[in-house]
Each structure stands twice: as structure tokens, then as C-alpha cells.
Design a protein. Structure first.
Length: 209
């Protein structure tokens, strides 16, 4: 009983930390302008708001609820794919990721060791993911070992305007287990996926332009 109470208190503490540290990172503070959905095929040139718009939704797959976010990047899918799959340099792009190391390569599959931080560095996680690449339009991943019960999803890179631009879709599901109730995981993903997309967009466009 004492151990269960201790776990419950720790879970509540972590929940409070998540809620306090993610509430200030809503997507509308990063990208204020909103225009139409970029997938509807209207012209992109000159529509700065459209280029910065992030759409968020949920996706049901295999009885799991994935959090989904999209953004348009001013670069070809090939450029976005090449930048994203340079895994050793991922910590230079994504602020939450402190270390990333390729452990093995087997054809289109790569096993990556990751170290991440949230809550201003108060919480650190280590885990191993396996990425499957379908160049230049799709990267899927799933958890192999380490933190969380499940960590899976995909990055999709779809061409717009004959490949001049790329519609990037980021879909992710995490099962945090006993210590991370699903409503907390959902909020953390919803608040931070736009930040991650924004960081990728800035890095790619700096290289491409």
C-alpha cells in the first residue's frame, strides 16, 4: 500500500509539472496568422499566414489515438527528408532532444538511441527507437526499449506546387504507463508538437534558402 501511495503522489507531482511547464507553449503564440487549409490546393505564393499555419487534429489507428499536426515548409520533400533523417544532428534542430545516436542500420531501418528533456530539464528520458524510411515521403518509428510503454508514429512529407513546397504531417502516440496518465500525455503532445514542427521548418528553410 505504501508503495502504491508513493507512486500516486509521484504521478500527481509529474502531472502538475507537465501542466505548469506546457501551458505557455500553445501554438497560437508561435504562429498567429491563420488562413485556409494548405491541402485544399489554393496558390501558396504571397500567403505568409498560410505558410506559418499549423493544423492539429487526432487520428484513430489500431485502437490508439494519435495526435497529429501539420505545417507547410518552403522546401522540397527531398530537402525536408534529408534534413530530418540526419539523425546525428537532430539535437541541433529539436530543442527537447539532447542526444541522438545511430546504433545500427539495416537497409531502410535505423535504430536510434535518444535522450530527451522536458519541464526545463527537470525530467529526462532515455529510449531507443527504430525508424523505417520510405524516401523521400515517409518516416515511421516505434519504441524498441527505454522510457514509456509505447512511442510510435510517422512523419509524412507531401509535395505541394510541383514539389516547391512540402506539407509536413507529424503523427505521434505515446503510452506513458502508470506514471503518465493519458490526459497528461495528450496535453504535452498537443502543446509541444507545434514547437517541434516550427523548429524543423526553421532549420530546413535556413538550409534551402
Amino acid at each position: 500500500m505504501g508503495l502504491e501511495v508513493g507512486h500516486l503522489k509521484l504521478s500527481i507531482l509529474i502531472a502538475c509539472l507537465f501542466l505548469m511547464t506546457t501551458s505557455g507553449f500553445a501554438a497560437d503564440k508561435l504562429f498567429a496568422k491563420e488562413l485556409q487549409d494548405p491541402t485544399k490546393g489554393r496558390a501558396i505564393e504571397g500567403e505568409e499566414g498560410l505558410m506559418n499555419k499549423i493544423n492539429q487534429s487526432e487520428e484513430q489507428r489500431d485502437h490508439k489515438t494519435f495526435q497529429v499536426a501539420t505545417i507547410v515548409i518552403d522546401a522540397s520533400p527531398e530537402t525536408v527528408f534529408k534534413t530530418f533523417t540526419d539523425y546525428d544532428r537532430s539535437p541541433e534542430i529539436f530543442s527537447y532532444l539532447k542526444k541522438a545516436k545511430i546504433l545500427s542500420v539495416n537497409g531502410s531501418k535505423k535504430t536510434i538511441s535518444c535522450e530527451a528533456e522536458i519541464a526545463g530539464g527537470l525530467l529526462k528520458f532515455q529510449y531507443v527507437l527504430e525508424f523505417t524510411e520510405h524516401a523521400p515521403n515517409l518516416v515511421e518509428w516505434h519504441r524498441v526499449s527505454g522510457a514509456f510503454k509505447s512511442n510510435e508514429g510517422y512523419w509524412k512529407f507531401e509535395p505541394i506546387d510541383k514539389g516547391k513546397f512540402t506539407l509536413v504531417t507529424y503523427s505521434k502516440y505515446v503510452d506513458g504507463g502508470f506514471l503518465f496518465p493519458q490526459f497528461i500525455v495528450k496535453k504535452e503532445l498537443h502543446d509541444n508538437m507545434p514547437i517541434i514542427l516550427g523548429e524543423l521548418k526553421r532549420s530546413v528553410e535556413r538550409i534551402a534558402n
